[in-house]
Ligand binder design. Structure first.
Ligand code: ZN
Length: 139
């Protein structure tokens, strides 16, 4: 079940500079900064009502964020959907013909299990499904 937009992911060249910018824009401070080794990214998170903004900076030149910024510049990188029962959602979407980047969820930032859909099958938008680790049994 898909519940809401959990966060927007924004690719940036510098987390530090972008934290300053977003702090001014949203009039709040990031509540978390976290390195995700498996993705070679540094992240920071801002709360915005029920949703969040995630900033992503590449921590290595072969990170997908470096490649994204090379091609398209800084900007919106992905939309993350909050789901309950991520494995079932992945199967549902795959059965409908969506192309999965990850067949099975993996550990992401902010205590989530995550999996991405390929933008080729979603009008050019990289879509992330995410589910809280602790609610993985669903309801
Ligand atoms: Zn994300």
């Amino acid at each position: 079940m898909i519940r809401k937009i959990e966060h927007l992911g924004i690719a940036v060249k510098s987390i530090k500079n972008s934290n300053d910018l977003l702090s001014k824009l949203l009039d709040s401070e990031p509540y978390k900064e976290e390195a995700v080794e498996s993705e070679s990214v540094l992240t920071s998170f801002f709360k915005l009502g029920e949703t969040k903004v995630e900033l992503l900076e590449a921590s290595s030149p072969d990170s997908s964020i470096s490649k994204f910024i090379e091609k398209r510049g800084e900007g919106i990188h992905h939309i993350a959907l909050d789901v309950v029962g991520i494995e079932d959602e992945l199967k549902r979407l795959q059965d409908l013909g969506f192309q999965l980047i990850h067949d099975t969820p993996k550990a992401g930032a902010d205590g989530k299990k995550i999996a991405f859909l390929h933008p080729k099958s979603t009008n050019g938008i990289l879509v992330e499904l995410c589910e809280d680790m602790e609610s993985s049994d669903g309801d």
